[in-house]
Design a protein around this ligand. Structure first.
Ligand SMILES: [Zn+2]
Length: 1129
């Protein structure tokens, strides 16, 4: 039996092995004192400190010349302006050539890097069943997937890994136990960074902010309005007639009561939240129409934003339960779960309607009903025993919905949308030891700023929060009576503020349980001034553009400038929005865009060792006031460097300059880079050995070569600057080093390998579409996110792009709607008396219009005490997503082989546990509960994923980028990366099609990823998330060739076809509608590649045939046999 894997993540102490992942990144803790921000570095991140939201002190954010930069070793504070030597007033169009003619840099090649060598399709049929010892026909070759797995006993100590985030406190901290004291104290001012720790009881009731007291942190602050109990209790007769009265305060178990009848739809939100009303009413929902709110809520079950309804990825309200569509679920196959009356019910409908007793039970009476639920949670379908070696056709025909937590229907109806907030286990184990037994990871996956079609927005002077743990009031609290509510996270009884008694939606009084805050699991508040440390800053956008010869050669600059010109009025912001530009090659060029100039003025700073801002006040300008100058610049910029021969790249100094420019306000820095930076600080050397790309051994250089980018990113984070990196290069750029600039500043990385304006039209199209989305999508500034959970649970490791400010507070200088996050959890205290637990993510940000807003998501899950219930609630996709993030950390902190072993072991351990502890009657075969039947397939897919594969040629930057994506993508897109969807499309019909906006969208069935499923007579579409392949068989149906591709025969299919012709045929319309529909469902633009047998990209297509054997990796069947062998050891 394997001993090492991810199982350790479940343990609080045992989590160390995994907790060492670099995402913990408490870099401050590693730095020598005095290095860091303008203040002592230790202080800001000291866990004992109050959770000071970042903004620097008042002295640091007045706009003006650059403030002294901390003495980070790699750069110095700017020299006095008087030392400025460069000619400041060079006219824009007279830029002197910098440097003489230099060796011509080879232009970017349109041809992709040599793809991994793959055996031809016909050469890799899945092997027939082989005996358990026969799947190592070539021991050397077969080793990679697992041979090490079983030999390494304990994980090698992580090399150079930062300490786990919980190290400072000696282990995961139950945030509700330890944190409120230290973490929720209000930052008193900028000096809070270095002020001594607050006492445990310090702030809550005792420190209302006085006038002039600086605003405070998000979640750490006691809102004065919530504290005093109402002095004038409502007379009982105002209580809503017809509603069951709330019971007396419970004395025993925590309450689980949901007071109000829920609305009939899962709350969702909108990309364009209605404008807030100033009078404490529901914004945009018309206080004059009391029922509007409910109406809106009902509509929330509809499709998000522009996406079509129906088969959305994980769109749970309208999705058919996927698991019921699998082949022949013979309930009788499970001796444990003989057919029950509910056997035909899909799992998602398992909970019986929860009867709200009319007699008015208190929470105490509620308990028996909840207890009864555990009987229902072992629904036959989720736990149906599947012998994976026999049942091959496991994929549901369409996307797999998230499993529905086994909660009373009225609770579940208002529960958070799983697209936003999801747990790997929808039933939470009662104890850590039970969790350890299950060998499944416990964690949350979040997509907190997702574009939502409906989002209730509340403006209220009183944001009601728990006085003890600062939880926002939510649908899962219980009202003891009209005047008191009990927190569902820490169980403190709180008073209902007077203002909360009025319901702006119904315009009625005395119905606190009907307030929108208590009716919606996702809600947004307009934050009052206490939630600000400084006035909300304007939207500030700074573009940092590589203009070296290499960059100009790709032609990307044209695209960026044109896209900005096209979308300049759609940049999120208001009349205060600022914009600026920096270009760089071997020198740094600034652009004076001050109002009144007749044309933009270019200022060149050639002293890159000691970078400073030539005219600090005119480089970031008000967009609306200076729009013409900005447009002039964008029109002339591409021509300006047309003839450049400068090949060097001083990226580091350019980033330093950009940081100085943005420091006073914070904002977004968009960096475009096309080569390895080779000049000044942050210069890098190539570390990739092309001969090692196909190595079956450990992959080197997955961690950064220098800490320059990480340090600078942390400085950026401290000044509310996020850095987005667009990497466009055919050559190795050391993304492992460069990516740190985005990762720790909460930015994103975009990667366009081999971008070339003429040679790579598919890339050009993707870049254009991505830029449009990037420039126009919603953005939040100055953000922090805190995740809270019910007392007893503890969050201990975070995954995504951010800086962990304290144990549960993530610093997000920017937040965008396309970013996902994951966290790991452990169970610190037994949840013995609890029927349910809750999780709350609160994101405080400044909108592009300068409003402070708080978006709050709350999820409620049942607690169970049996292994079978835990397994029944397992969410295989969420588990896979979390494991992928964990494996990325493990690859960097330990080694790739270690990460691969751990993933394999995760499958082995959980299935072994299921076999030993859940199955009462042993049967032969590799057995899995139906809800985990795809687990081995997904693990195998991860092992073959670009990020983790071995033995297949993979460029280092491609691998590192895949790792970035695994940690950053929301789950829905992540799953397509891991396990693409394959469809046959040469015979599309309207049968079962969706009808969206009068378009008919065919719905072909998802096929297994095996060449077995391909047919030379057909055409197959593979949706791999970022890229879509359309493979055309050699003997493809001529009808498809003529009616869809517009070619007479197979040989006429162009080699590099990436656009389908718009033919006026039913076949063409169906195919294009289907592809368009797939694309519409994600925020980025997947490129389409039409490929045939001779295409270079065929290898990429074939590599996604996960179930097949390759030279270096097992087939799915072989993998199953291997798992079985390990389990039965
Ligand atoms: Zn509380």
């Amino acid at each position: 039996m394997s001993t090492t894997g991810f199982n350790s993540q479940n343990g609080a102490g045992g989590g160390q092995a995994y907790a060492n992942g670099p995402s913990q990144n408490p870099v401050a803790l590693q730095q020598p004192p005095g290095v860091g921000y303008g203040m002592t570095h230790q202080a800001p991140y000291n866990l004992m400190q109050p959770k000071a939201p970042m903004p620097p002190g008042p002295g640091l954010y007045h706009s003006g010349p650059y403030q002294p930069v901390p003495p980070v070793s790699s750069y110095q504070s700017s020299p006095p302006v008087s030392s400025y030597q460069a000619p400041p007033g060079q006219p824009l169009l007279t830029r002197p050539p910098m440097g003489g003619p230099l060796p011509h840099t080879p232009p970017q090649s349109a041809s992709p890097s040599p793809g991994p060598r793959m055996p031809p399709a016909q050469a890799t049929p899945p092997p027939p069943a082989v005996s358990s010892n026969s799947y190592y026909p070539n021991a050397q070759q077969q080793q990679p997937p697992m041979a090490h797995a079983w030999q390494y006993g304990t994980a090698p100590p992580p090399m150079g890994a930062p300490p786990p985030m919980n190290t400072p406190s000696g282990g995961p901290v139950a945030n509700h136990v330890n944190l409120p004291a230290s973490s929720t104290a209000p930052p008193q001012s900028s000096t809070a960074y270095s002020s001594p720790p607050q006492g445990p009881v310090s702030h809550n009731a005792t420190q209302p902010p006085g006038p002039g007291m600086p605003p405070t942190s998000l979640h750490g602050y006691t809102h004065p309005g919530t504290a005093p109990p109402p002095m004038n209790p409502m007379p009982p007769h105002t209580y809503q007639p017809g509603r069951p009265p709330y019971g007396p305060p419970p004395t025993g178990p925590p309450p689980t009561m949901k007071p109000a009848p829920p609305p009939t739809g899962p709350p969702m939100g909108s990309a364009t939240p209605p404008p807030p009303k100033a009078d404490g009413t529901m914004a945009g929902n018309g206080p004059q129409t009391p029922n509007t709110y409910n109406h809106v809520d009902n509509k929330m079950a509809g499709p998000p934003q522009s996406g079509p309804p129906g088969r959305q990825l994980g769109h749970y309200p309208s999705l058919p339960p996927g698991y019921q569509n699998t082949s022949a679920p013979p309930s009788s196959a499970s001796p444990m779960h003989p057919p029950m009356p509910t056997a035909t019910q899909p799992y998602t409908q398992a909970p019986q309607p929860y009867q709200q007793p009319s007699a008015g039970p208190g929470p105490a009476q509620l308990s028996p009903s909840l207890a009864a639920l555990s009987l229902q949670s072992s629904t036959p379908e989720a736990l149906r025993v599947v012998n994976l070696l026999q049942e091959r056709n496991l994929l549901p025909p369409g996307p797999i919905p998230a499993p529905t937590p086994c909660l009373p229907q009225d609770l579940q109806k208002i529960n958070c949308n799983p697209e936003v907030f999801r747990s790997t286990l929808t039933s939470i184990p009662q104890t850590q030891s039970l969790l350890n037994k299950a060998k499944l990871p416990l964690g949350l996956l979040l997509h907190p700023f997702k574009d939502l079609s409906q989002l209730p927005v509340v403006t209220s002077s009183t944001i009601v929060r728990c006085r003890s743990c600062r939880t926002y009031i939510n649908p899962f609290v219980s009202f003891l009576d009209q005047r008191r509510w009990k927190c569902n996270l820490c169980y403190r009884v709180n008073d209902v503020p007077e203002e909360f008694m009025y319901n702006p939606v119904s315009r009625s009084y005395g119905e606190p349980h009907k307030r929108p805050e208590v009716q919606n699991a996702t809600i947004e508040f307009i934050a009052p001034s206490e939630y600000m440390l400084r006035p909300p800053q304007p939207a500030v956008y700074l573009f940092v553009l590589d203009v070296s010869h290499n960059a100009v050669e790709t032609g990307y600059l044209n695209m960026v400038c044109q896209s900005l010109l096209d979308n300049i009025n759609a940049l999120p912001g208001d009349s205060r929005t600022k914009i600026g530009f920096i270009t760089f090659d071997s020198t740094i060029h600034f652009y004076n865009l001050q109002e009144g100039l007749s044309q933009p003025q270019m200022l060149i700073v050639s002293d890159i060792e000691d970078i400073f801002l030539p005219t600090p006040d005119s480089l970031l300008v008000n967009l609306s006031e200076c729009k013409e100058l900005v447009q002039d610049l964008l029109k002339s910029l591409p021509n300006l460097f047309e003839k450049t021969m400068e090949t060097q790249s001083a990226l580091g100094p350019a980033l330093q300059a950009a940081f100085k420019l943005l420091s006073p306000t914070g904002g977004r820095m968009s960096v475009f880079q096309t080569q390895l930076p080779n000049l000044g600080v942050g210069a890098l050397k190539s570390r990739e050995d092309p001969n090692q790309r196909a190595s079956a051994k450990d992959i080197q250089h997955l961690s950064p070569a220098t800490d320059f980018y990480k340090k600078l990113a942390l400085d950026c984070s401290g000044q509310q600057v996020a850095v987005d990196l667009f990497l466009l290069s055919a050559q190795y750029c050391d993304l492992a080093s460069l990516g740190c600039i985005s990762r720790y500043s909460a930015g994103s990385v975009y990667y366009y390998p081999s971008y070339h304006h003429a040679h790579n039209p598919a890339q050009v199209e993707r870049f254009q579409k991505d830029l449009k989305r990037y420039l126009t999508r919603k953005i939040g500034f100055e953000a922090v996110m805190r995740i809270r959970c019910t007392k007893g649970l503890s969050i201990h490791t975070f995954h995504g792009n951010f800086f962990v400010r304290s144990t549960d507070l993530l610093s997000l200088p920017n937040v965008n709607p396309d970013a996902g996050f994951a966290v790991q959890m452990s169970i610190e205290e037994n949840l013995l008396d609890m029927q349910v637990v809750s999780f709350q993510a609160a994101l405080l940000y400044t909108s592009s219009k300068g409003e402070r807003r708080i978006r709050v998501h709350t999820m409620c899950l049942p607690v169970v005490n049996s292994l079978s219930d835990i397994f029944a609630g397992a969410d295989v996709q969420a588990i896979t997503g979390l494991l992928a993030s964990m494996a990325v950390d493990r690859s960097v902190s330990a080694s790739l082989s270690d990460a691969r072993d751990a993933m394999t072991n995760a499958a082995i351990d959980s299935l072994a546990s299921y076999r030993q502890s859940v199955l009462t009657i042993q049967q032969p075969g590799l057995l899995a509960p139906a809800c985990l039947r795809l687990f081995p397939l997904y693990i195998l897919a991860l092992l073959k994923q670009k990020a983790f594969r071995t033995g297949t040629s993979t460029r280092l930057d491609d691998r590192v980028f895949a790792m970035c994506q695994l940690k950053y993508q929301p789950l829905a897109y992540l799953m397509l990366m891991i396990h693409p969807a394959l469809y046959r499309v040469d015979d599309l019909t309207d049968e079962g099609a969706l009808n969206i906006n009068e378009r008919t969208i065919p719905q072909p069935r998802v096929q297994q990823l095996s060449v077995e499923k391909l047919s030379r007579e057909g055409a197959f579409l593979m949706d791999a998330g970022m890229v879509i392949y359309l493979w055309v068989g050699r003997n493809c149906n001529p009808n498809f060739l003529t009616q869809v591709l517009g070619v007479p025969n197979y040989t006429a299919v162009p080699q590099n076809l990436y656009l389908l012709p718009e033919l006026d045929t039913a076949e063409s319309q169906r195919t294009r509608a289907f592809i368009g529909w797939l694309r519409d469902q994600r925020p980025f633009f997947p490129t389409l590649h039409v490929i045939r047998d001779e295409s270079q990209l065929k290898a990429n297509f074939m590599q996604n045939m996960i179930e097949d054997r390759t030279e270096s990796a097992l087939s799915y069947y072989e993998f199953l046999l291997h798992l079985q062998q390990q389990i039965s050891k």
